[in-house]
Design a protein around this ligand. Sequence first.
Ligand SMILES: [Zn+2]
Length: 413
Amino acid sequence: MPVLLRKIAVPRSLLANPDRFGGCADGDLQRGDLLILGDQVIGLTRSPPSDARVVNGAGRILLPPLVEPHLHLDKAFTRPRLPDVGGDLMAAIHAQQADKANWSDGDLRARANTALAELVAAGVSHARSHVDWGHESDPAATPRAWHVLAEVAQDWADRITLDLSCLPDIDTFADPASAARIAGQVARDGGVLGAWILHHSEREKGLAQIFQQAEARGLRLDFHVDEGQDPDLDGLELIAATALQTRFQGPVLCGHAISLMNRTGTGLDRLLDDLTRAGIGLCALPTTNLYLQSRGAGTPDRRGITRLAEAAAAGITTCLGTDNVQDAFYPLGRHDPLLTLATAVPALHLDPPFGAHLPLVTTRAARALGVTEGFVDRQPAARLFLAEATSLAALVGQQSLRTPLSRVLLSNA
Ligand SMILES: [Zn+2]
């Protein structure tokens, strides 16, 4: 039987064809009565079939699934047992390293399950988590967390897709045998090949190897790059250069990329142009960067966030990630992309209308991960959900309750 969901609002930015969806434009929303036939959302209509079952949708916004491109589920929720951590990136790395003695199968599984429950409640259909890789005696060794999180991902596969991306330092890839070992494991588990790059001495060699392995095995790439403010950080340039040189077809996603902050004028334009031509996506991570960067004796005076606006204007696929939640890197937070978007509003000056920014945690984030962009009008009804909000400012500002559309339709049956 057809269903008519009355007085619903849909963000125009999340419709592939907003002008063909029907209804009336009201700022960055499209409002009207939504016709649903079977599992298909037909559009906003003024002439519903006479036999349509009517459900009240007033006060709700229809959304596609959210996408979370950057998490650390191996670390999440460890803060309560850590000493009071406060400091820069290296202080966080050391504090978190000491906690790894507690990472039993049961501990990892329990914390990841809590995170995934938060993600599903937030309306996320696809998330990517990085996983710390190796230990002092064998930097290329597959960690316990990788195996446990792969099992947890399977447990949740009917509700959310979880990508796992390995996170050794780039020097580990400089050794071809180590590179092949890590890439082989990642490929076997359907994961993403990743690394972190700061001032590592063998970064060029490591990048050559990681791109070679990704090309040979058809793997996606994801980098933690230039998570610092030193003017000599060059990881982003090296990744762009290697991608262009090898003609790697991607997808490649770069997280942090704070070094863009140090580039201006033609130097910035040239790097953005290289990233665009290489098809490299950029992920900003406001909470962790605001918390860990610009650490000194007093109040921070630099934000430590990449140039997302300039990157988007240059045609680069941009997105926002939640990064760390309640661990040594960030003591607060929740796994909710709308909370991350709300944090990014003051951090990156994301001005209203907020509809313009929703793709950062939905369609554009999907493109950055190399998965299909989930517009409202291209989704089966079963993947859509309703948020209790009357405007997009309220949606972003309050991160209100979200319910699957199918459940709302059932409850009104
Ligand atoms: Zn991260």
